[in-house]
Design a protein around this ligand. Structure first.
Ligand code: FAD
Length: 310
């Protein structure tokens, strides 16, 4: 059995694995896709102390760093069920889709999240070529240029307020007749002179010139007419979905599927910690996921030395 079994091979999982292995304990990592969301990222400029890097490069470095230690990496393996220990301090089981079953004294869940996509023509083609999902990450790339934000919930309106200070103009497009964001955010947004809000509008297509985004088409749902907006960037803010469907019913989660963790990364299940984008910890970022991953591993170690038989 493992001492620490990490589920997920993104920044949080890699960090947890390194911290655990450095304690000289038996560490394993199961990952559906080692590298996680970082693999889908182009330029990264907010990974502190590294002025600029690229997703695939950082993902390879994460894996290399983990491999420097005696860690059992099980890549391209998906966990499908977690069975809690039958008694406190007992072994926790993680079942994989390939039929295997792994046992461990502690588990760190770091399965991350995925951005909900619009699912319209052009979105996939122009991903990272104008279609973006993270204003903290990619906002500065559109300095002085016009952009759109899709979604008028809290994250969309926060993104629009944030971007309005960087870009030349923001068009916020909301599907419903009203934005759903908190009133105080809506008020702030409406006070900004370089923001236009379009409600009751469905984005139907991302337009581009073959190499980058040039605009979008939305349908005015009140009269079914199509309209084109010219812009350089489109920030899709219609939800971040945690990869926790497989854990439903086994531990405490919010209604959005985020695993509830305390300041030590502990979940509602003894011996099970969680870290990164799959948890309630706000601001989903690489440096944050790494910090949380290391915390969860130290917390798992703490749990182990307290619960293990002499
Ligand atoms: P993830 O990176 O999502 O990793 C999750 C891991 O769990 C993966 O290995 C996945 O395969 C695995 N997994 C999922 N389910 C299972 C399962 N059932 N069984 C086994 N394994 C599973 N952040 C920044 O700080 N700067 C940026 O510039 C930046 N740009 C971004 C650009 C894009 C396009 C995107 C999508 C995100 C960006 N982010 C950026 C956010 C950042 O990538 C995430 O915050 C970070 O990767 C979260 O790390 P994580 O380890 O929690 O999750």
């Amino acid at each position: 059995a493992f001492d620490v079994l990490v589920v997920g091979g993104g920044p949080a999982g890699a960090s947890a694995a390194i911290y655990a292995a450095r304690k000289g304990i038996n560490t394993g990592v199961v990952a559906e896709r080692f590298g996680g969301q970082v693999l889908d990222t182009m330029g990264i400029e907010n990974f502190i102390s590294v002025q600029h890097t690229e997703g695939p490069k950082l993902a390879a470095q994460l894996e290399q760093h983990v491999k420097d230690y005696d860690v059992d990496i099980m890549n391209v393996q998906k966990a499908k069920e977690l069975v809690p220990a039958s008694a406190p301090g007992g072994l926790i089981e993680v079942k994989l889709e390939n039929g295997a079953s792994l046992k461990s004294r502690t588990v760190v869940l770091a399965t991350g999240a995925r951005w909900r996509q619009m699912g319209v023509p052009g979105e996939e083609e122009y991903r990272n070529k104008g279609v973006a999902y993270c204003p903290h990450c990619d906002g500065p790339l559109f300095k002085g240029k016009p952009v759109a934000v899709i979604g008028g919930g809290n994250s969309g309106v926060e993104a629009a307020i944030d971007l309005a200070g960087i870009v030349s103009h923001v068009t916020l497009i909301e599907f419903a007749p009203e934005m759903r964001a908190d009133e105080v955010l809506q008020r702030k947004l409406r006070s900004l002179s370089n923001v236009k809000i379009i409600t009751n509008a469905q984005t139907t297509e991302v337009l581009g010139d073959g190499s980058k985004v040039t605009g979008l088409i939305y349908k005015d749902r009140s009269n079914d007419t199509d309209h084109e907006v010219k812009l350089d960037g489109i920030f899709v803010q219609i939800g971040l979905v945690p990869n926790t469907e497989w854990l439903k019913g086994t531990l405490d989660m919010t209604r959005y599927g985020e695993i509830e963790v305390n300041a030590k990364g502990e979940t509602s299940l003894p011996g099970v910690m969680a870290a990164g984008d799959c948890t309630t910890v706000p601001y989903k970022q690489i440096v944050i996921a790494m910090g949380e991953g290391s915390k969860a591993a130290l917390s798992a170690f703490d749990y182990m030395i307290r619960s293990s038989a002499p």
